[in-house]
Write a protein of this length. Structure first.
Length: 403
């Protein structure tokens, strides 16, 4: 598959670090219907003015972009044809680590190249490749140009769309990633039917539980998704979920972490009533939430937290006024103190506190002024776990520190 748009893509990593390679000017695709619907990667067709599809028998077609989903890096292209050769859909949920798979594509312009490997891992996320990730990792040789091509099982069934590789050289180094059909099939169906992807929406910002955060909330295990914020008038807000809740099950299925919850919610049909179990103040509580449609502008926050050590050493704060709140992107009626400086290598910096953060609560006690901050922090005992709620660029985030 070729197009006349921009060519090539490299990740922002520096020399000596792994680079993510994807093909831009040419790539691969999979015909999944006899009348010419083709599944490929969004980055293969992104920015294209024209799309040309060349089949293994050298027939050429002009393609029309049906729809694209940058959040999973998938796209659908349509060509006009009848009785075209297709690849049948397989069930990626049945894949097992160690199982043989084949990658088919157009690496370096070498049409219809097939490589053999095994499934190295399943459910790979947090790679920073796309917003929604549930990758199959394989050591089948995948190179630039394989993007958008098929990953098939030994029955010849489509189980994944080859999307990215990690490499220090730009070539194959044994680590490739494919979007599984369990994710790509619903997206394909939605793009063909609606021209866009309709996703479920809960309306919370979530983050993982570290062991320190779990201890701060009185939990033994760091399992679940911590609600750092609830959007106004969202399905979660209307159902009664609150900031500080820890979501442990969703529709009866355990929630391991924030990414797992994200996957479950986005796969849920809009309008579905789901049961969400949370831990609030040490007690379990069930809520019924009617899942909404995710707005195009919505991003599910996945907060990154630093190591924890000693809190508030070398932290300078000042009261939050209206102008500063606007400058920092603070939304709504947020009250707190602005962190003006954090001493390098201090305990607060190790806990993840940054200049420009707005500290809103300490150990669930509101901090509305610098006096409140001094009063609450002065009452902390040595060795105590401290739970800090901050606002960072308009997003709420819990941090855990030890004084």
């Amino acid at each position: 598959m070729n197009h006349s748009g921009p060519r090539g893509f490299h990740g922002p990593q520096g020399p000596g670090e792994p680079r993510e390679y994807r093909s831009g000017g040419q790539g691969s695709g999979v015909i999944v219907s006899p009348d010419g619907y083709i599944l490929t990667n969004n980055h293969v067709i992104d920015g294209a003015r024209t799309v040309t599809i060349t089949l293994p028998d050298k027939r050429e077609f002009m393609g029309k972009i049906v729809g694209a989903d940058p959040k999973t890096d998938l796209a659908v292209v349509k060509i006009e044809g009848q009785n075209l050769p297709t690849v049948s859909w397989g069930d990626a949920t049945k894949l097992q680590v160690g199982e043989y798979v084949l990658a088919v594509g157009n690496p370096f312009g070498l049409n219809s190249t097939v490589t053999l490997g095994i499934v190295s891992a399943l459910g790979r996320g947090r790679m920073g490749i796309t917003q929604y990730e549930d990758f199959i990792q394989t050591d089948a040789a995948i190179n630039p140009g394989n993007s958008g091509g098929a990953l098939v099982n030994t029955k010849g069934e489509l189980v994944g769309i080859n999307t990215a590789i990690f490499s220090q050289t730009g070539g194959y180094q044994g680590v490739g990633f494919a979007v599984p059909t369990s994710m790509s099939k619903p997206i394909y169906d939605s793009l063909v039917k609606h021209g866009k992807v309709v996703r479920g929406f809960l309306g919370v910002s979530i983050q993982d539980l570290t062991q320190d955060l779990a201890t701060s909330f009185g939990l033994k295990d760091a399992k679940g998704a911590l609600v750092s914020d609830v959007k106004d008038e969202s399905p979660a807000g209307q159902a009664g979920l609150k900031q500080g809740d820890i979501i442990t099950t969703y529709q009866g299925s355990p929630v391991e972490d924030a990414v797992a919850l994200q996957r479950q919610v986005t796969k849920t049909a809009v309008g579905t009533k789901v049961t969400v179990r949370v831990i609030r103040d040490g007690h379990e509580k069930d809520f019924t939430v009617t899942i909404g449609e995710q707005p195009d502008t919505t991003k599910i926050a996945k907060a990154e937290t630093g190591e924890t050590d000693y809190a508030f050493a070398g932290v300078a704060v000042q009261d939050l006024d209206r102008d500063t709140a606007k400058e920092l992107g603070v939304k709504g009626k947020v009250q707190g103190v602005v962190v003006m400086a954090v001493e390098p290598d201090s305990g607060a910096e190790k806990a993840g506190v940054m200049r420009g953060d707005v500290i809103r609560e300490i150990n669930r006690q509101p901090v509305k002024s610098a006096k409140d901050f001094e009063k609450v922090s002065a009452g902390l005992k040595k060795g105590e776990n401290v739970l800090i709620l901050i606002d960072r660029r308009g997003n709420a985030l819990f941090l855990s520190a030890k004084v």
